[in-house]
Design a protein around this ligand. Structure first.
Ligand code: ATP
Ligand code: MG
Length: 201
């Protein structure tokens, strides 16, 4: 017999290029999960992000593999291939549609983003539609202060997370300059980057 009153699962969604995934992403996911009482946080590496067309990204399969390595030890974390497997550029509307199709009606989505990404919401495709597909959660991020306008924006939940001033850009630059990234990314990710010789130039 099918369960009629299936409990609604509260699912965090953390989209990103994850080029590479770093401890800032993991702390944000973990903190939002705890504060909002989420059942799971789904990491969604982008396929071809339209906002970053100017730059060569590491191959999607490498970025995906690093997120799998980084999240494997946490039973509340999972990784979705919906964006990696969809041809064409990545739009968040499509991400949320695909996750809804996969997870069914008994899911409530919480789309997690740092203060820098929050700022860009107005420029996203179909912002009005987006706001019907998920709750949006803005996290504090050092170097990207929230404006008074962002603080007052009722479309967002806000969560203060432990400040880690780490970015993927910084990690790539450090690798290119032969500086260590250990303790900025999980050990398995640092090893993967070294073995695959990513970000050397
Ligand atoms: P890049 O430097 O390449 O832009 P990034 O570090 O910003 O990389 P993204 O993959 O662009 O990482 O970010 C994915 C999501 O994680 C975004 O919503 C971003 O705001 C958030 N995020 C990334 N780093 C942090 C951090 N240190 N603290 C809080 N949120 C973060
Ligand atoms: Mg970024």
């Amino acid at each position: 017999m099918t369960e009629v009153n299936e409990r609604v699962r509260r699912l965090g969604v953390l989209g990103g290029t994850f080029d590479p995934v770093h401890l800032g992403h993991l702390v944000a996911a973990s903190e939002v999960c705890q504060v909002l009482g989420l059942d799971e946080v789904i990491f969604v590496p982008t396929g071809h992000p339209w906002q970053k067309l100017g730059r060569e990204l590491a191959p999607a399969e490498d970025r995906y593999a690093m997120v799998v390595l980084a999240t494997a030890s946490n039973p509340l974390f999972s990784v979705s291939r919906v964006d990696v497997d969809r041809p064409g550029q990545t739009y968040t509307v499509d991400t949320l549609d695909d996750l809804r199709a996969e997870r069914g009606p008994a899911a409530e989505f919480f789309f997690i983003m740092g203060a820098d990404a929050m700022r860009g919401l107005g420029t996203w495709r179909n912002p009005q539609e987006l706001l019907t597909l998920a709750r949006f959660v803005g996290c504090t991020r050092p170097g990207h202060e929230m404006t008074a306008e962002m603080m007052a924006d009722e479309r967002f939940l806000r969560v203060e997370i432990p400040a880690l001033e780490i970015s993927s850009t910084m990690c790539r630059e450090r690798v290119a300059n032969d500086l260590p990234i250990r303790y900025l990314v999980p050990d398995a990710v640092a090893d993967y980057i070294a073995n695959r010789r990513l970000y050397l130039t």
